[in-house]
Design a binder for this molecule. Structure first.
Ligand SMILES: Cc1cc2nc3c(=O)[nH]c(=O)nc-3n(C[C@H](O)[C@H](O)[C@H](O)COP(=O)(O)OP(=O)(O)OC[C@H]3O[C@@H](n4cnc5c(N)ncnc54)[C@H](O)[C@@H]3O)c2cc1C
Ligand code: SF4
Length: 443
């Protein structure tokens, strides 16, 4: 009898424990589901829910809610778990590098370009990477596929294809001009060298492309990349500076110099040759490889004094700037994150934005900048634009009162968005089509 009571007691205890564990398990799931649903509602309110380009789509029929995609994604709150399944939150912030795609243990994620509602404009490219303009090739993210290793692969393949079409005798100065020195342009430059082509690579900014302006140091490489002269390079996770060092080293070892800070303004075919007009010269080439990515060129304000050396369009090394009077212009996340970084380095920061309030920014950034303003660490001047930039001051237009205000200034950072490459592509004659929810990566 004793034994009967004893074992009933133990069974009862185990059952009670199971019930308690299940209760807390479902409570945690429920709470985290609720918080993800709140985040989704907030993302919808702020216009961040609808994807703008490449983004993950979860097959909820097979998703087991492992959360591997969320841990793998280096960006924040793009994916979350709700009701035991992965779902997108701030899908418009997805940068399309596909870490989630590779991390999912049951292959429930595919990467899709645009949505049924919101199309994405992409240039026409054949499977040989040639555009509808014979002799003009396209590689890398410009063609719609994100990821460093894809850009590298496409840069090499496009170069391989175009080199087979270069006639033995032509009267152009170059066999190929490569426009853009991101991962696609770098790989193509190496491939051109390997083929002994007379090639020139032109970059409007600095070597490295989009990677150079990543707001974070961490770079995820989902699989190894294979570079001409170097072979397979296995980097799972690296830093922006390491990757840039690697590329610079490879280019230097192979005597390839890239013409930086030179922007290509037009490409026109004339008498069978491409005439390329840059910010510095006019040159001719037999073939063109466009590896210009999709981020475009930073938008300039067109104000007097903007060409001064103290004006920049991205903040690269905030840790090197101290005790300066800095003006940050813009109302988006890049402007706010830069202003906050400069505050941390003891600078006297003024943030000027033409709008009346910040919208479409991360909640975290809104809270941090409001806090910094309250504590007097940053001065925010809403409803203002730059009138003129002088050596030691900047003159602002104050829109509401139609007056001007002069502030002491050592450095100006302008974050006014970018001009997308579409206008440039159309001027070259490239057809652009809108993709509405086209799957570009599927298991
Ligand atoms: C925030 C962020 C994080 C990311 N993280 C990762 C990651 O961790 N791992 C990963 O694999 N991928 C990541 N990606 C994606 C990756 O950066 C891109 O897929 C890749 O850089 C595309 O390479 P690309 O050579 O095609 O274009 P880009 O890197 O965009 O390079 C294009 C270059 O062309 C230049 N250019 C443009 N127009 C002209 C012109 N008219 N004249 C001269 N030059 C011109 C530009 O200045 C630029 O340097 C991330 C992207 C972003 C935005
Ligand atoms: S593609 Fe990259 S940024 Fe987009 S959700 Fe996946 S891991 Fe995150």
């Amino acid at each position: 009898m004793d034994l009967f009571f004893e074992s009933s007691f133990i069974y009862g205890l185990v059952a009670a424990l199971i019930v308690i564990v299940l209760y807390f398990y479902f409570k945690i799931i429920n709470t985290s589901s609720k918080s993800v649903e709140q985040k989704i509602a907030k993302a919808k309110e702020m216009g961040l829910y609808e994807p703008v380009s490449l983004h993950p789509v979860v097959d909820t029929d097979i998703c087991i809610g492992s959360g591997a995609c969320i841990s793998a994604c280096p960006e924040q709150d793009i994916l979350g778990i709700t009701n035991g399944k992965a779902a997108t939150i701030n899908a418009s912030r997805c940068v399309g590098h596909g870490a989630c795609f590779h991390a999912c243990p049951i292959e429930a994620i595919s990467l899709v370009m645009g949505t049924e509602k919101r199309g994405v404009e992409l240039p026409h490219v054949s499977e040989k990477y040639e555009s509808n303009v014979p002799g003009v090739y396209i590689a890398g993210e410009l063609g719609g596929m994100g990821l460093i290793k894809n850009a590298v692969e496409q840069g090499k393949q496009a170069l391989e294809n175009l080199s087979a079409q270069i006639p033995e005798n032509h009267s152009a100065e170059y066999d190929v001009i490569i426009i853009g020195a991101g991962p696609a342009g770098i790989a193509a430059s190496l491939a051109a060298k390997m083929k002994n082509l007379k090639s020139l690579t032109i970059e409007q900014d600095s070597l490295g492309g989009t990677v150079y302006s990543f707001p974070r140091a961490k770079v995820v490489m989902t699989s190894p990349m294979e570079l001409p002269f170097e072979g397979k390079i296995k980097l799972r996770e690296t830093s922006k500076s390491e990757l840039l060092k690697l590329w610079t080293g490879i280019l230097t070892r192979n005597n390839i110099s890239i013409s930086e800070n030179e922007k290509v303004n037009s490409v026109v075919k004339n008498n069978g040759l491409f005439q390329v007009k840059t910010s510095q010269r006019e040159i001719t080439s037999d073939k063109i490889l466009l590896a210009i990515g999709r981020r475009g060129s930073p938008r300039k304000l067109g104000v007097r004094g903007e060409k001064k050396e103290k004006v920049a369009y991205k903040l690269l090394e905030p840790e090197l700037i101290h005790n300066s009077n800095v003006l940050v212009v813009g109302g988006g996340d890049s402007a706010i994150e830069s202003a906050l970084l400069l505050v941390e380095e003891n600078n006297n920061v003024t943030l000027s934005y033409r709008g009346d309030s910040f919208s479409r920014i991360k909640e975290k950034n809104f809270d941090k900048i409001s806090e910094a303003e309250k504590s007097g660490n940053v001065k925010i001047i809403l409803g203002s634009t730059i009138k003129e930039i002088f050596d030691d001051t900047v003159e602002l237009n104050i829109l509401e009162t139609n007056s001007t205000q002069s502030i002491a200034n050592d450095l100006v950072y302008i974050f006014a968005g970018g001009e997308l490459p579409n206008k440039f592509l159309e001027s070259v004659g490239i057809t652009i089509t809108k993709k509405f929810g086209e799957t570009v990566l599927k298991h």
